[in-house]
Design a protein around this ligand. Structure first.
Ligand code: NAD
Ligand code: AHE
Ligand code: ZN
Length: 372
């Protein structure tokens, strides 16, 4: 019988309220699960979207956070792939290597535990977290806004021990999503022209992925003029502020001799998603949706846009298979092939976590990271 402990956590008791930092009860790992001490966690826009009540799967009270890095402190019965002391990154997209999705070779969307994950519980249907006897739900299978968390073994990627936690945590979502969207989902080729809408924590990683892939023109689009300097640091060749041009789509199509080979939405705004599709080159241009839109939102375009050869696709976690690909992305960072350090603009304590959300909303941070 797994025993219980206390852990400090930022709890989302209700939507649209600041997180409350309290000591919660955490049950130890059951069969196939591991106890992880988080050392750092990034704050992604998706955490904010769920806290703002925009997520159709949002459950309260819960412990948000899905961009962490930490150390395995205890393993449950039957765990074989990780050991106590291993450094790991929690995976909101697990990799069981046994389900139809994992075996298909066509997707990274493992289906082994997705249903319970969406209900805020562990695979056995119960939560490990509680506060004053009441259930606190898990979030995206990770709950990294807690000093300790419990995760299924299939939802952790073992990484090298010399990688710093306060930067590597970003590989748990933003870096992998952005770089992977280009290299794994779109498979951008040298010489392709790319347009990236939204130059925040995800979009800047799409830019550096496009540079890595050898793209020719890499156009960044953002309504925040401060993002021009940020984009240029990560490979952007041209910047467009939609507020400075008449028609954004026409402007981009003219700029790129017919349009983009690939475009990426990193805003979550459905009007922007339409522009991202329609700025693609007739006959072959592909637009990849990364941004997460609020419950009830829908995308639209004239079917003619697709009839005339544009493609509309999406990506989760950059198409990366977590246990297989994440250790390689950590190596790329440690080998200097991708940058992370300059994007970590703020380091906070857990008690300061609400400030991290304020900085994001004010457009002042790229990534604020809580260091435990
Ligand atoms: P962020 O807040 O750091 O960045 C968003 C950027 O978009 C900002 O620079 C902002 O100025 C810009 N923007 C906002 N409205 C715009 C508009 N109308 N036109 C152009 N630019 C605009 O957010 P982030 O952490 O980079 O996340 C971006 C999106 O990606 C969010 O919707 C998030 O939920 C989603 N996301 C998806 C995945 C996935 O796996 N699909 C993973 C991580 C994040
Ligand atoms: N819960 C939302 C969907 C949110 C969503 O699409 N999440 C992305 C990751 S965002 C990371 O910052 C994802 O992985 N999606 C695939 C999946 O299986 O959730 C809703 O609309 O219900
Ligand atoms: Zn995220």
């Amino acid at each position: 019988m797994a025993c219980s402990m206390k852990t400090r956590a930022a709890v989302a008791f209700a939507p649209n309220q600041p997180l409350e930092i309290v000591d919660v009860d955490l049950e130890g790992p059951k069969d196939g699960e591991v106890l992880v001490e988080l050392m750092a966690t990034g704050i992604c826009h998706t955490d904010s979207y769920t806290l703002d009540g925009k997520d159709s799967e949002g459950i309260f009270p819960s412990i948000l956070g899905h961009e962490g890095a930490g150390i395995v402190r205890e393993i449950g019965a039957g765990v074989t792939s990780v050991a106590v002391g291993d450094h790991v990154i929690p995976l909101y997209t697990p990799e069981c290597r046994e389900c139809k999705m994992c075996l298909s070779g066509k997707t990274n969307l493992c289906s082994a535990i997705r249903e319970t994950q969406g209900r805020g519980v562990m695979p056995d249907g119960t939560s490990r977290f509680s506060y004053k006897g009441e259930t606190i739900f898990h979030y995206m299978g990770c709950s990294t806004f807690s000093n300790f968390t419990v995760l299924p073994e299939i939802a952790v990627a073992k990484i090298r021990t010399d990688a710093p936690f306060d930067t590597t945590c970003y590989i748990g979502c933003g870096v992998t999503t952005g770089v992977g969207a280009v290299t794994k989902t779109a498979k951008v080729q040298p010489g392709d022209n790319v347009v990236v809408f939204g130059l925040g924590g995800i979009g800047l990683n799409v830019l550096q992925g496009a540079k890595l892939a050898g793209a020719a023109r890499i156009v960044g689009v953002d309504i925040n003029p401060d993002r021009e300097d940020w984009g240029r640091k990560f490979g952007m060749t041209d910047f467009v502020n939609p507020n400075d041009v008449g028609n954004t789509v026409e402007h981009l199509v003219n700029m790129l001799d017919g349009g983009a080979d690939y475009s990426f939405d990193c805003t979550g705004n459905t009007a922007v998603m339409r522009d991202a599709l329609e700025c693609c080159h007739k006959g072959w241009g592909t637009s990849i949706i990364i941004g997460v839109a609020e419950a009830g939102a829908e995308i639209s375009t004239r079917p003619f846009q697709l009839v005339t050869g544009r493609n509309w696709r999406g990506t989760a976690f950059g198409g990366a298979k977590g246990r297989t690909d994440v250790p390689d992305i950590v190596d790329m960072y440690m080998d200097g092939k991708i940058a992370i350090d300059p994007m970590i603009t703020h380091r906070l304590t857990l008690d300061e976590i609400n400030k991290g959300f304020d900085l994001m909303h004010a457009g002042e941070s790229i990534r604020a990271v809580v260091v435990y």
